[in-house]
Every structure is written in C-alpha cells, then in structure tokens.
Design a protein around this ligand. Structure first.
Ligand code: RP5
Length: 198
C-alpha cells in the first residue's frame, strides 16, 4: 500500500506485481489500473530459495545489461506440475531464454528443457556434499535429443549464464548487442588498468 499526495488530496492506493505488469486499485479514482511493465525476456529459475545467493549473480548481470528478467523458485521434484506448466507457457509469454540453477541431483534444467523449445542454460549449484560435482554432472550429462547448455559451478556459472543469455538475444536485438559490447569493453579496460604491487 502506498500513500500519494495528489492535488493536496490524499489518495491511498494498493499496488501489486502481476505477470502482465503492475496492478493497482485507487481509493480516489474508483478504478483499477494495469500498468504494463517491460516483458521479461529471460527467466531465472532456481530449485530452492537457498540457491538465491548463487543465482542473484545472474539477475544482477541481466539488470546491469538492462535486460528485462524475472525470477522464481521452481523445483523439478518438489513442485513438478508448476515447473512443467511454467516451461510449457514460457515461449507464449514472450520469454526467450531460461536459466535454471539447481544443486545435488540437479534435474531442473533438463526437466524445463523437456517442456519447451526455448534455449535452457543450466547453472550447477555448489552443493555441500560434493561441492557441486553432482550438480555439474546432473546438469551437463543430458542424453542426446534435449539439450541444456551447462555453465560452470556456482557464481561464475550464474554470471556467465546471464552473459550467454544476453549473447543469444543479441543475435536478433541490436540494442542488447551494443550493451553486451559495452560490457566487454568496460571489462577489458578494467583488466588493462590493473596495477600489481610490483
Ligand atoms: C535442489 O536442492 C535445490 O536446487 C538446492 O540447490 C538443493 C537443496 O535445496 P534445499 O534443501 O536447500 O531447499 O533442489
């Protein structure tokens, strides 16, 4: 809920994010409104809220590049129906790339890929028991026929998944290509500007 001072009258309105934008109800104007937001091009999925500390690096990288994105917790084994439904509807909703991070027997990316033709990028989460080797193999070793693009374990994989998603989008979007090229240029400059102690 937010208070808004408008022409010296106080308006109390409620707002909430919904899949197609921001939905609001105003007390002053007896109307409901739906303000469209930029539609997400990339979805970042993770098998558990505990994956956020890794997967936030994908979100932050996409945000830095100005690429509209959305993120959700969806689990291949804990919420199988919701996961399949999300994947089946993803392309029609305007999503163009899906990033899926999971740990352990990390089948989230593969299950998502089974239900959509969209490119799916898998991020193996660094698990406690096997430091992510289990996640890496589960994500990468897809049998032929349904691909998952597997990235590195952990934070680097999450960041690179976002950059790879940007590169996929850049093949048909000049604005995103320019942002990606500018990112690379900044990165190169900061490496070349590094000064060593000796
Ligand atoms: C996987 O199990 C998740 O992707 C997560 O990495 C792992 C552990 O999940 P929690 O037990 O922390 O919820 O499904």
């Amino acid at each position: 809920m937010r208070l808004k001072i408008d022409n010296e009258k106080i308006d109390i309105f409620y707002r909430a994010s919904v899949p197609d934008g921001v939905f609001g109800v105003s007390q002053k104007r007896p109307t409901m409104w739906l303000m469209p937001q930029s539609k997400a091009l990339v979805a970042i999925l993770m098998g558990s809220k505990s994956d956020w500390e890794t997967m936030r690096h994908a979100v932050e990288t996409l945000d830095e590049l100005g690429i509209p994105n959305e993120s959700h917790v969806l689990s291949a084994h804990r919420t199988p129906d919701a996961t399949a439904e999300f994947a089946r509807k993803a392309a029609a909703r305007g999503l163009r790339v899906i990033i899926a991070g999971a740990g352990g027997a990390a089948h989230l990316a593969g299950v998502i890929a089974a239900h959509t033709w969209l490119p799916v990028l898998g991020v193996p989460i660094q698990s406690k028991a096997l430091q992510g080797l289990d996640s890496l193999l589960s994500t990468a070793q897809m049998p032929g026929g349904v691909p998952v693009g597997a990235l590195a374990i952990g934070e680097a994989g999450a960041k690179n998944a976002a950059l790879l998603a940007a590169a996929i989008l850049a093949t048909s979007d000049d604005a995103i290509r320019k942002k990606l090229e500018a990112f690379r240029k900044r990165q190169s400059e900061s490496v070349l500007a590094a000064r060593l102690p000796k």
